[in-house]
Design a protein around this ligand. Structure first.
Ligand code: CUA
Length: 158
């Protein structure tokens, strides 16, 4: 083996030991961990829609390849919703038709918006950020009803 080849091989090995040592130092001595996946924690794993007042609700929306959780949200007309959006895997978008709602769903972060549904009807929400092969199927819907007894979500828990 050539002398310069041996040197390159030796340096490569030394770098590997150095990098591994740096990782071990960060993990053990500095107690640095990888970021937690927030979709594994409450409230994203349990009640993703709950009532916070007479006409107010909180909704935790999780985006993932290639669906929204919950996929259907049923609310009475006049509801004000505190909307929290995050992603389980990669970056998605969250846009609701006929409403000024346009959020990014970013893994490791929660984006917030408050919205009031003033008219009854069905309003589709869709992913507007290209996220892979089935991006075009990634959608759900709000069903806003006159009957204020109805509050329901479908496909709520992960
Ligand atoms: Cu999710 Cu496109």
């Amino acid at each position: 083996m050539d002398k310069s080849e041996k040197l390159a091989l030796g340096l490569s090995g030394l770098l590997l030991v150095l990098f591994f040592g740096a990782i071990m130092y960060a993990a053990v001595a500095k107690d640095i961990d990888v970021p937690t996946c927030i979709t594994d924690m409450d409230p994203f794993v349990t009640d993703t829609l709950f009532q916070t007042g007479p006409d107010t609700y909180e909704l935790q929306m999780v985006a993932r390849m290639w669906a929204f959780q919950p996929s259907t949200v049923r609310l009475p007309v006049g509801s004000t919703v505190d909307l929290y959006v995050t992603s389980q895997d990669i970056i998605h978008g969250f846009k609701v038709e006929q409403h000024n709602i346009n959020l990014m769903a970013v893994p490791g972060a929660i984006n917030y918006m408050r919205v009031t549904f003033n008219k009854p009807g069905e309003f589709m929400y869709a992913c507007h950020e290209f996220c892979g092969a089935a991006h075009h199927t990634m959608a759900g819907r709000f069903i806003i009803e006159e009957n204020d007894e109805v509050t329901e979500m479908i496909g709520g828990s992960l």
